[in-house]
Design a protein. Sequence first.
Length: 303
Amino acid sequence: MTIIRSWLFVPGDSERKLAKGRDNGADALILDLEDSVADSRQQAARAMVRDFLAANPDRSRQQLWVRVNPLDHPFCLDDLAAIMPGAPCGICLPKVNGAGDVDRMADFLSALEAVSGIARGSTRIMSVATETAASLLTFHTYLAGVSERMTAMTWGGEDLAAALGASDNRHPATGDYDDPFLYARTMCLATARALHIQPVGTVVVDFRDAPRLKADCLRDLRSGFIGKMAIHPDQSDIINAAFTPGEAEIAHAREVVGMFERNPGLGTVGLNGKMLDMPHLRQARNLLALAESIARAERAGSA
């Protein structure tokens, strides 16, 4: 699985912003047909997104995804029919209520891939898994079985606040997410990890606050998320840097793996005065896999 560090939303009805997005350092662009496009601009946005996809078939450096309108919105099927001939790398599906929505989207994609001459199963799905009240009660449905097209899961606190009738999603004393939103974050992370797909951190809406974005990235990284959504072009480089393992981290991970490989059969080893066991080995291997995925993508982009 290719790891995507930064996912930058780009309004689908702005040719200028679409063109600028292609020069941005984001690993993936999410060409948006939902929140950033007015109803009166939907048809124009679909045409721009389709043309942009067709004009940019090389996705080796930067993937091109599309956020369509929710499944229960009358615009959704029109979105898909318009943009699928451009062969997006994946669909960002908002306001998902559970695995059934992802499976239904997968069925639509199979039909449209056949019509458009696209390899069946090649269009992936990211579930925006926490934007409705019902979604907080249905994470278990993913574990019962969900389409293999789903390769990423993220969460959102802004739409969820509206769905829950909350006036804010932050605790007034600490500034941290309040309990329902921490639950959404935790369940997104745990579910994605249980499915062996990529858990993606949510946006930082104050795009001028670079220190806050960096801190939020590092918190996501420590928790187990890989990558983060961006709402402004300036956020991509900060996100990329935060989710790229440094040379010292890679060297330490190699030391950990090497120590276990030199001592087969041992569940616990000592390294630099610390005792390490199987969870440390898994963490080291995960970090090396992440570093290799990023290096592989960068090699493909420069080829």
